[in-house]
Design a protein around this ligand. Structure first.
Ligand code: PLP
Length: 490
């Protein structure tokens, strides 16, 4: 299958491209994104066929339905990375929290956040494409905390790829920072910036668009790419776990095949939610997708009012930093799917020039048939963390906690809900310790110990080890020096 473009075709590139090409150059005509020409239809037959399949069997069959230009043995190698998860037989456990409320845990991978779900296999796929083409790639990543560790982990020591990862020094948790600065491999460079996440992100965008930078890389026979969340190579792996989670509920005899459920997704850049939308379009039985946000509530406003309005908005720092996002890039793919490329281009151009777009009444109705949304303040989130733990013995991270608000306000209680949990408690321990015991401003290590005692949970080995590992990535620079630093690394 080939990939086409959300804003139409500007004749400066191919009208449609292969999966490999869409991965290597994720930005399409007029600044749009690549989308599959047509989503494969799976339907009930496919779901029934996989009732007794392992996660990897289901995943391979689903990927093959896309007929992408990646050979089966590469896909198998990529999926084999789920063997590194806590339970290789079931990398994504779905657990009951209370009547009709289930949590699909996407954080059992090596870096303890859901970015592993897509980035782990993506690393193998990208490296194999580069090898096949005989090309070398520099992958740029800017991270507020979860993408960086997951990208470093997956590309570590892989052939034909190197990674330069930018993070805001002081802007991540201790655990997140240690996960990056203790990564030791020749093909990895971690760069702390004196600044905030936006500075790292802007630097990355500037470099991706800089012909001068690309030329300097080309002289060393290196091409430039990015592993950001608009890359379809990540999205494709984010469809699978929605199907898997549904099948888990059928297996657990919680639902009958065909019964509709809510999928409740803590959202930032909308990759996870887009995966849910695609799974639904491909035949999964879904009542509605509920989009949960923190106080950066553009998505709630879009879904409630049809207005994507950034005119008076600025990013608020919250206790769920991976969702501190205003331009939620993957929404564009839903616009395309619902309203076509001409309208998508019009809306996105309006967003870029006026910081605003507004859907028509009919368009909003159509959007609301699929989605509902609400947002949750930090204080409310803490209340949910506390309540869920002391009442139901279930430990939520602050991102996942935002779903409890929308669960209360957006869903019919008799319909079952799958909430997606995107991070383990170990990654945001100071907030959780505060929610549970009132402890304030604890360092990560103290908070980890406090929660571990209170909740009678072991701190996983890979988190504990971080605090005694050697720090090998020591570069911390001004944002003006990023380009120079990366060229030095190359
Ligand atoms: C990335 C991330 C999210 C947001 O996911 P999107 O796909 O960008 O919407 C939510 N929670 C955590 C912990 C994350 O790392």
């Amino acid at each position: 299958m080939n990939f086409i473009q959300t804003r139409g075709f500007d004749k400066s590139r191919a009208k449609s491209v292969t999966f490999s090409e869409a991965i290597l150059n994720p930005i399409a005509s007029f600044g749009g994104l690549y989308v599959p020409e047509k989503l494969p239809h799976l339907g009930e037959e496919f779901l029934n066929k996989h009732l007794n399949s392992s996660y990897k069997e289901l995943a391979l069959d689903m990927l093959e339905q896309f007929e992408i230009d990646i050979e089966t043995y590469v896909l198998k190698d990529a999926l084999a990375l789920y063997d590194k998860f806590d339970n290789p037989k079931n990398p994504v456990p779905v657990v009951k929290v209370k009547e009709n409320l289930f949590v699909s845990e996407l954080y059992h991978g090596p870096t303890r956040a859901f970015k592993d779900m897509a980035l782990q296999p993506f690393g193998i796929v990208l490296s194999s494409i580069a090898q096949k083409r005989g090309e070398n790639y520099l992958i740029l990543a800017a991270t507020s905390g979860d993408t960086g560790p997951a990208a470093l982990e997956t590309f570590k020591n892989r052939s034909n790829v190197a990674v330069a990862c930018l993070y805001p020094d002081g802007g991540t948790s201790d655990v997140q920072r240690l996960q990056m600065v203790t990564e030791n491999a020749k093909n990895l460079k971690v760069i702390g910036i004196n600044g905030v996440f936006d500075d790292a992100q802007s630097a990355l965008k500037r470099l991706l668009a800089s012909d001068e930078f690309k030329k300097a890389l080309q002289e060393k026979n290196i091409l430039l790419s990015a592993a950001n969340s608009v890359n379809f190579g990540r999205i494709i792996f984010q469809i699978i776990y929605h199907i898997h989670s549904y099948l888990e509920l059928v297996r657990q005899k919680v639902i009958a095949m065909g019964e509709k459920v809510y999928l409740n997704v803590p959202s930032g850049n909308f990759g996870n939610a887009l995966g849910a939308y695609y799974a639904w379009k491909m035949g999964l039985f879904v009542e509605k997708i509920i989009i949960s946000s923190n106080e950066n509530n553009v998505l709630t406003r879009l879904i409630k009012t049809g207005k994507y309005d950034l005119r008076d908005s600025h990013v608020v720092n919250t206790t769920s930093p991976a969702m501190d996002i205003l331009k939620s890039s993957n929404v564009e793919r839903v616009l395309y799917d619902m309203f076509g490329y001409e309208r998508t281009r019009e809306l996105m151009e309006s967003l870029e020039s006026k910081n605003f777009y507004e859907l028509s009444t009919d368009e909003l109705l159509k959007l609301r048939e699929c989605f509902d949304a609400d947002y949750c303040s930090d204080d409310e989130g803490k209340k949910y963390i506390n309540e869920m733990f002391y009442k139901y013995n279930y430990l939520l991270d602050p991102h996942t906690a935002t779903c409890l608000k929308s669960y209360t306000t957006c869903s019919k209680p008799e319909v079952k809900t799958i909430v997606y949990s995107t991070a383990e408690w170990t990654k945001f321990s100071p907030v959780i310790a505060n929610a549970l015991t009132g402890e304030v401003d604890a360092e990560d290590i103290k908070a980890l110990v406090a929660i571990s005692k209170e909740a009678k949970l072991e701190i996983p080995a890979m988190i504990k080890e971080l605090f005694s590992k050697e720090i090998v990535q020591k570069t911390i620079i001004e944002k003006e020096d990023i380009e120079k630093e990366i060229l030095k690394f190359i």
